[in-house]
Design a binder for this molecule. Structure first.
Ligand SMILES: NC(=O)c1ccc[n+]([C@@H]2O[C@H](COP(=O)([O-])OP(=O)(O)OC[C@H]3O[C@@H](n4cnc5c(N)ncnc54)[C@H](O)[C@@H]3O)[C@@H](O)[C@H]2O)c1
Length: 392
């Protein structure tokens, strides 16, 4: 369906669109980028030039290669040049009505066999596709930030998507050197759903007065091998973005208690304590601010780690049970999309599913809250003595 000569269109030249354009042009395609803001287009152009210059200086690509990528990337002030595109990836503002309008408009310009993709993080692909006459050509292609560096791409067919469109999109993006996973059109897809407990359960532990931010971060790094603790990571992502994603996943899952946002993070969001970018979040980033010390108590640290990892493994198990994705893709997504040291299902096997189930059962009976209910699949597997990847 696609060749190196296939023109790729990118709509939106912000953080994601600019990165996706760079990936496609580096893979050898002619690329056309459009943004409703001329300023955003100019910024994307300057930024690509400086990125390629740096890469050439570091000898990550040749000077000639850099020049060719620049030449292959064109910028348009309207959608007219998109008529020759084989694939268009939309990466504009996260607003359903605006995206639907852009897709409906795009369909009047592109050829009949052009595939239309959205990079949305939180909207349903089915609802975006519903704005198109040929909804079967619309698919989700979800890159992670920054797109040129993060290997994972989630491929999300809607119920209306033609399987040939899904297959062709997956094959194309694989060919760009990315790691693709196939995932059902459900809120948060894999990564933004399965990762919720990393943040939510850590905040809950803090809210209960069990440990402070620094101690929880220390526990997850020391006993789990995570590169960043949950509070460091939320401050890095931005508490505005992280809070909104949690709220969106929770409401879209019809207020599922496992995804319930916390007042702690909501207050940070309201106070504009977004994290690193605002100078203050869970931690203080002002110059000279003292970093709080973790209480390095091994017993407490292990308890924190096991509680959070059990919630994460439960979520991954539930995602497998509900056929969100294959077990291999669920594990790949977490290692390649958010740098987890291990896939959660594999991790569950290593820690012992019986141990994980015991922790969850204990939490469930102690708190009596639905968020701690163990997944049916986990219970069945423990009863049968099974693991995710091998039989005991
Ligand atoms: N930032 C992330 O970490 C991330 C990761 C994965 C997916 N996403 C998704 O990617 C999309 C873009 O996110 P971003 O972070 O790049 O946003 P951004 O704000 O950096 O860029 C969005 C761009 O879209 C342009 N735009 C807005 N309305 C437009 C329209 N009608 N037509 C053409 N251009 C328009 C804006 O001018 C802006 O340049 C969103 O759907 C978001 O959910 C973001």
């Amino acid at each position: 369906m696609f060749s190196k000569d296939s023109t790729i269109g990118v709509i939106g030249s912000g953080a994601m669109g600019a990165g996706i354009a760079q990936v496609a042009a580096t893979a050898g395609h002619p690329v056309i980028v459009y943004d409703s803001s001329q300023q955003a287009l100019d910024r994307a152009k300057t930024s690509l030039e400086s990125t390629l210059k740096k890469l050439a200086e570091k000898q990550k690509l040749t000077e000639q290669n850099a020049q060719e990528i620049l030449k292959r990337t064109q910028y348009a002030s309207n959608l007219e040049p998109f008529k020759d595109c084989a694939l268009v990836i939309e990466a504009i503002v996260e607003n359903l009505e605006v995206k639907q309008q852009v897709f409906a408009n795009l369909e009047t310009i592109v050829s009949d066999n052009c595939i239309l993709a959205s990079n949305t993080s939180s909207l349903s692909i089915a609802s975006i596709a519903s704005a198109c006459k040929k909804a079967e050509r619309v698919v989700g292609i979800h890159f992670f930030n920054p797109a040129p560096l993060m290997p994972l791409v989630e491929i999300i067919p809607a119920i209306s998507t033609d399987s040939k469109v899904t297959e062709a999109s997956k094959k194309l993006i694989d060919g760009w050197g990315k790691v693709t996973v196939l995932v059902k059109d459900t809120p948060g897809f894999i990564v933004n759903r399965v990762a919720r407990s990393f943040y939510g359960e850590s905040i809950r532990i803090y809210e209960e007065g069990i440990a402070d931010f620094a101690t929880i971060d220390w526990a997850m790094k020391s006993f789990g091998g995570f590169k960043m603790g949950p509070f460091e990571l939320m401050d890095f992502i931005g508490n505005d973005i992280n809070y909104k994603v949690t709220e969106s996943v929770w409401t879209q899952f019809f207020y599922e208690p496992r995804f319930k946002p916390s007042l702690t993070q909501k207050r940070l969001y309201e106070a504009r304590w977004f994290g690193r970018k605002s100078g203050k979040g869970y931690y203080d980033y002002k110059e000279g601010a003292a970093a709080p010390k973790a209480l390095e108590d091994e017993e407490l640290g292990k308890m924190i780690f096991y509680r959070v990892i059990s919630m994460l493994i439960n979520e991954a198990a539930d995602s497998l049970y509900l056929q969100l994705a294959s077990k291999e893709d669920l594990d790949l997504a977490m290692t390649k999309g958010v740098n987890y040291p291990k896939g959660l299902l594999k991790w569950g096997d290593e820690l012992g599913l019986q141990n994980i189930l015991n922790i969850l059962t204990d939490l469930y009976s102690t708190y009596g809250e639905d968020r701690y209910r163990p997944c049916v699949l986990l219970k069945r597997m423990v009863t049968k003595g099974e693991n995710f990847y091998s039989v005991n």
